[in-house]
Design a protein around this ligand. Structure first.
Ligand code: FES
Length: 104
């Protein structure tokens, strides 16, 4: 069974990350311009929230605020240490004024 998270696109401004919860899954949704990305919100290095980190719009990544690993918003892979494992990436589409994130 898959689940959908629907949020108004206007809740996010460009360069912003926000944490949402779908059931037991914490999701970090990021807006860069008119593009939206969704990755698992929990850093793969330790239990910290990626949405509290800083978005790099040019690199299309988000940096964990705790120890500084940057995660690609496209494939979820860490681009820098100390994290070595990827975080999940969820498909996103825009449906009118809503952003729809699909979770497996
Ligand atoms: S908790 Fe994210 S890099 Fe350490």
């Amino acid at each position: 069974v898959s689940a959908e998270l629907r949020i108004p696109a206007g809740e996010l401004t460009s360069g912003q990350a926000k944490r949402y919860q779908l059931g037991s899954v914490p999701v970090c949704v990021v807006r860069i311009g008119e593009d939206f990305y969704a990755i698992g919100d929990t850093c793969s290095h330790a239990n910290f929230s990626l949405s509290d980190g800083e978005v790099d719009s040019e690199e299309c990544s988000i940096e964990c605020w705790k120890h500084g690993s940057a995660f690609s918003l496209v494939d979820g892979k860490p681009r820098s240490l100390p994290a070595t494992k990827p975080v999940p990436v969820y498909p996103v589409r825009v449906d009118g004024t809503e952003v729809v994130v699909k979770l497996p």
